[in-house]
Write a protein that binds this ligand. Structure first.
Ligand code: NAD
Length: 478
């Protein structure tokens, strides 16, 4: 089998070690063999990015815009093929996977425009005959570390702004999804970026991720993944005073108020909690329901859950694909087991099921009678598992929603404009959704959370500049 190498200074590097990736829908389906790069390969990638930086950071914005636009166009041309690969590799349904690929193209297109919109400021000085220019400049060589659950969208939303604003890149994707990152690197190679501007190293996070965080040749590190690893990345990066940005886990609440439209509320809860197999940092894992509508809501949820088909990611009838791997399945089942043995909780679903092919199939789990301080309501499961927490009124719902170490996103279903406005102010999160699922964001506006969900500037939209550029203030007496 061909080894898919790392991409360093415009060349593919196989190295000595590699790893086979299998499909979670069918563990007999081997997607490909991917290089496990050594730290020596990473050093080469960093050296290439450093030597490409001076020229790339001085290219005209139009050159950068054209290249990013070419990536967007190439992604769209291959959207079906890339979607198939992504669904096969990660396990989300083909519809979700093509949606994610389309999003990656939209992100490259948006940042193609941003390359041209990058602007500074000019102000009069307090001194006669002097003026002040405030420039935005690239931050340098950017290290990118990404998780497995959005195999092409997250690499896109970190690498597109990095490249648009004139930085060079060394990216390390999660090993479970090397194929999608590899496909993106092939496109970047094909459209003609200068060698060294974008580099991909595939392999173990504990080796390469740690080496990126602590590498003296990397000026800024942007990470998305778990809180535990995020903290290690921040410690290593800040120890050498590198800029760092972290997006981590969530335990996102969806409040269903007594006056909610329950059809909308159930749609939001089903989509937010269970689609993409619940493997989203923005998943609605705590459903906080006012007493007045609790029983009706639960009954409707169970009716809808009975219609959801769990199956092969590539099967057109599938609503929910498999869990990504055995390790994540074990985690999901462990939390479901804890919920089953918690007094007062009743777990509906959450069963391991067999399909035609050997895969990691699990039915969605709804934990009714959960409390906010139960283990399953406090820790991120990262699977199709949601707690239903009953509250007596709106104020209690807000308190419960905010009572968590996380602060990524929160939702409310209500027909009261006053309550919707009030919740936007009182929610202690980076993002709020009203009558919408907690998962599902736009690419042109800021994305990010608070508390232990995020650290550093938010991502996406024009706000991406905060992380991917640095300021310079110049005083001029002509
Ligand atoms: P993870 O933390 O295990 O891995 C993330 C990345 O870090 C991978 O590339 C991994 O190889 C690498 N890594 C592993 N050990 C490392 C180390 N010691 N130093 C540096 N890098 C290392 O996370 P995961 O399991 O891939 O992804 C799931 C997590 O990601 C969940 O917690 C989820 O909430 C979070 N996530 C957050 C967002 C967001 O935007 N907030 C989006 C998607 C996923």
């Amino acid at each position: 089998m061909r080894i898919n190498g790392s991409y360093v200074n415009g060349f593919w590097v196989e190295g000595n070690e590699h790893r086979d990736n299998v499909s979670p829908s069918d563990t007999n389906d081997i997607i490909g063999s991917f290089a496990r790069a050594s730290t020596a390969v990473l050093d080469d990638a960093v050296a290439a990015a450093r030597s490409a930086l001076p020229a790339w950071s001085m290219t005209s914005p139009q050159t950068r815009a054209n290249l990013l636009e070419a990536v967007a166009a190439a992604i769209m041309t291959d959207a079906e093929k890339l979607g198939q690969l992504l669904a096969r590799e990660e396990g989300k349904t083909l519809r979700e996977a093509i949606g994610e690929v389309t999003r990656a193209a939209q992100i490259f297109r948006f940042f193609s425009g941003e390359a041209l919109r990058m602007r500074g400021e000019r102000q009069p000085s307090t001194r006669e005959g002097v003026y002040v220019n405030i420039h935005r400049e690239p931050v340098g060589v950017v290290g990118i570390i990404t998780p497995w659950n959005f195999p092409i969208a997250i690499p896109a939303w970190k690498s597109a702004p990095a490249l648009a604003y004139g930085n060079t890149v060394v990216m390390k994707p999660a090993e479970l999804v090397s194929a999608s990152a590899h496909a993106l690197a092939e496109i970047i190679d094909r459209v003609g970026f200068p060698p060294g501007v974008f580099n991909l190293v595939t392999g173990a996070g504990s080796v390469l991720g740690e080496a990126i965080s602590s590498h003296s040749g990397i000026d800024a590190v942007t990470f998305t993944g778990s809180g535990t690893v995020g903290k290690q990345v921040a410690m290593s990066a800040t120890a050498r005073l590198a800029k760092v940005q972290l997006e981590m886990g969530g335990k996102n609440p969806l409040i269903v108020a007594a006056d909610a439209d329950l059809d909308i509320a159930v749609d939001c809860a089903i989509q937010g909690a269970f689609f993409s197999t619940g493997q989203r940092c923005t998943a609605s894992s705590r459903l906080i329901i006012e007493d007045a509508v609790h029983d009706d809501f639960v009954e409707r949820m169970l009716t809808r859950m009975a219609t959801l088909r769990v199956g092969d990611a590539l099967d057109a009838d599938t609503d929910i694909g498999p869990v990504v791997d055995q390790r994540q399945l074990d985690t999901d089942l462990r939390y479901i087991g804890i919920a089953r043995s918690t007094a007062g909780s009743v777990v509906h679903g959450g069963e391991r099921v067999e399909r035609k092919t050997p895969g990691f199939y699990l039915t969605p789990a709804l934990i009714v009678g959960a409390r906010n301080n139960d283990q399953v309501s406090r820790e991120e499961v990262f699977g199709p598992v949601a707690s239903v927490i009953k509250v007596s009124n709106y104020d209690e719902a807000v308190d419960v929603a905010n009572d968590t170490p996380f602060g990524l996103v929160a939702g409310i279903c209500t027909t009261s404009l006053a309550q919707a406005e009030d919740y936007q102010r009182r929610s202690d999160t980076g993002m709020v959704m009203v009558n919408l699922p907690t998962a599902g964001v736009d690419p042109h506006v800021p994305f990010g959370g608070r508390k232990s969900s995020s650290y550093g500037p938010h991502e996406q939209g024009t706000h991406a500049q905060e992380f991917f550029t640095q300021g310079k203030t110049a005083y001029v007496r002509p």
